[in-house]
Design a protein around this ligand. Structure first.
Ligand code: NAD
Length: 366
């Protein structure tokens, strides 16, 4: 079967890591018809637009995309092209697995967590007011007229909306995912002790949604600062974590750190019928064009895409091959070596080709 999908190489290290993922998908023999599109710096240079309509149209049509990271432009219209793509396509779940490899420099073994971050609301909703703006002053005056606590007149504001509807859909996604993937526990992460209305609503909606799944899955909640400590002490204690946008962003990077760094952390942005797969890391501009960075985060994002498409057997082969190469520690990029200046570190492409050859061995032995 052939799949039509959009490919967005992105900028910075994006083109190198997406090419690496394609090398591995080719080795698996899954047939993709890629519609290659631009976004970010490359699109700005070529079309004068950071996020061409054509790119969004292609994702809408194909319903799946593999995407490299995109540099956030400073002062050029979008807060972030990545956040804009998630908002425009209503990709409300950011799913990031935190699964450990057996690596000497990684402290914990047997971590197997899935972080699910709400992608559309919270402080990332983009409702912000600069200091001393005319609108800002009006908003501050209005709030001050209703609230006992007063906001200083020279404040900047970022609004934190959290709705019942958006919270409900991510919890439903999380519980259904848990059922389909034989996961045992879903934990809601919040700070409802302080933010009683916003995080309070998130927490309340969690327990209401959980009623439908009663008896099948353990439900827990944890305050985000406590979670940060517990993840460092005993990450094996957690299974699926569901978080509002900002905590989700931070905790996913903490998760990446637990398993050996951003170079290993895959991700997917999922909506009702569209999904965009991309690594957790950014465009790491200082490494752009050097073929130096770790391609695994993007290769494992491609594996999430295969699972989403129902190609679980192929995803298993891909993940086994990645695990073997990463844990051997020989043909790996600098970040997986004991020292970052290790002269035996290989290029992005060589690591991808090593994984691809392990994939081919497995495919041929089936
Ligand atoms: P970054 O993730 O790009 O890089 C931070 C550091 O992490 C790098 O300097 C490098 O040491 C390490 N790193 C990242 N990816 C790696 C890899 N594959 N292999 C090995 N090491 C790796 O974060 P940043 O420097 O804060 O952000 C750079 C740009 O990327 C910013 O413009 C940011 O907004 C953007 N960004 C984009 C996305 C996305 O496209 N989804 C996500 C995060 C950041």
């Amino acid at each position: 079967m052939s799949y039509k999908a959009t490919l967005i190489p992105g900028d910075g290290i994006g083109p190198e890591v997406t090419e690496a993922a394609l090398i591995c998908l080719d080795a698996l023999g899954v047939d993709f018809e890629w519609d290659k599109k631009s976004a970010g710096k490359n699109a700005l240079e070529k079309y004068g637009n950071l996020l061409p309509q054509d790119t969004i149209d292609s994702i809408r049509k194909n319903k799946i995309a593999l995407k490299g990271p995109i540099t956030t432009p400073v002062g050029k219209g979008f807060r972030s092209v990545n956040v804009a793509i998630r908002h425009m396509l209503d990709l409300y779940v950011c799913l990031r697995p935190v699964k450990s490899f057996s690596l000497p420099k990684v402290f914990h073994k047997n971590i197997d967590i899935v972080v699910m971050r709400e992608n559309t609301e919270d402080l990332y909703a983009g409702v912000e007011f600069p200091p001393n703006g005319i609108d800002t002053n009006k908003v501050i005056e209005t709030i001050n007229s209703f609230s006992e606590k007063k906001i200083a007149s020279d404040s900047a504001l970022s609004i934190k909306p959290i709705s019942e509807s958006a919270s409900k859909r991510i919890f439903e996604f999380a519980f259904s995912y848990a059922q389909k993937n034989n996961r045992k526990k879903v934990t809601c992460v919040h700070k409802a002790n302080i933010m009683k209305y916003t995080d309070g609503l998130f927490l309340k909606t969690f327990y209401e949604t959980a009623k439908k799944f009663e008896g099948k899955i353990t439900v827990k909640d944890v305050i985000v600062d406590n979670l940060a400590m517990q993840l460092i002490m005993r990450p094996q204690h957690f299974d699926i974590l569901v978080l509002p946008n900002l905590y989700g962003d931070i905790i996913s990077d903490l998760g990446a750190g637990l398993i050996g760094g951003l170079g290993l952390a895959a991700g997917a942005n999922i909506g009702d019928d569209i999904a965009v797969f991309e690594p957790t890391h950014g465009s790491a501009p200082k490494y752009a064009g050097l073929s130096k960075v770790n391609p695994v985060a993007t290769i494992l994002s491609a594996s999430l895409m295969l699972r989403y498409l129902g190609e679980a057997a192929k995803a298993d082969i891909l993940e086994e091959a990645v695990k073997e190469v990463v844990e051997e520690g020989i043909k790996v990029t600098y970040d997986l070596k004991p020292r970052r200046d290790d002269p035996t570190a290989v290029s992005t492409r060589e690591m991808a080709e090593t994984i691809a050859s392990k994939i081919k061995e497995r495919v041929n032995n089936k």
